[in-house]
Write a new protein. Structure first.
Length: 201
């Protein structure tokens, strides 16, 4: 089975829009934008390759948006939002079919940040989580690729090869945090059970 792979990642802070991908995107690849900061509220995203952007999961302070690339070529995202925000932008290719959201959730708390668990159904999948800290985030889930923002918020992602139950955690303990977590896969249709093949006319 074809496995998804990260094509490119771009990290932006301080609400810079438009956000330009570093290289051309590929039609039908998964595009993901994760947003954080306690006052941020993302209301719309458009891009220059005609993708349709939707929110997978989000509350004020943490959100994950996604799209299927509408065309191949240079791509920039225009963000409509209120408040200050940071964005983390990804392109993921290699799905067997057209990628979709599998599972998504948001969470808030006042201890060690823990978002989920989410039970994936499509594996392999791309998993991404983001967390706004009222204090300072310093790390994330073991085995995930973790980025700490200039404002000490945390975004992390991983590509998993099989279905399972996954939880996104960050460190350290925090008096107030807000997080979002989403998983993306590609539905694969099984061969029809009643399919009959004939050899010859």
């Amino acid at each position: 089975m074809t496995a998804p792979a990260l094509a490119q990642a771009v990290v932006y802070s301080a609400g810079v829009t438009p956000i330009a991908y570093g290289s051309n995107v590929t039609k039908n690849n998964l595009l993901v934008a994760a947003f954080t900061r306690s006052t941020s509220s993302i209301t719309a995203i458009t891009d220059s390759v005609g993708s349709v952007w939707r929110k997978a999961a989000g509350v004020t302070g943490a959100a994950i948006w996604w799209a299927v690339a509408g065309a191949s070529g240079a791509n920039s995202l225009t963000i409509t939002a209120t408040g200050n925000w940071e964005a983390y932008v990804y392109e993921v290719g290699g799905f067997l079919g057209i990628p979709v959201v599998d599972q998504a959730t948001t969470a808030t708390g006042a201890a060690v940040p823990s978002i989920g668990p989410l039970a994936t159904t499509m594996g392999p999948e791309f998993l991404v989580a983001i967390c706004d800290f009222s204090g300072a985030g310093t790390g994330g889930e073991a085995g995930w690729t973790v980025t700490i923002s200039p404002n000490s918020n945390v975004v992390e992602y991983i590509i998993v090869s099989s279905t399972g139950s996954y939880t996104a955690t960050m460190t350290p303990s925090d008096p107030a945090w807000i997080g979002a977590f989403a998983t993306f896969g590609s539905p694969v249709l099984s061969p029809r059970a009643d399919a009959i093949f004939f050899n010859g006319a």
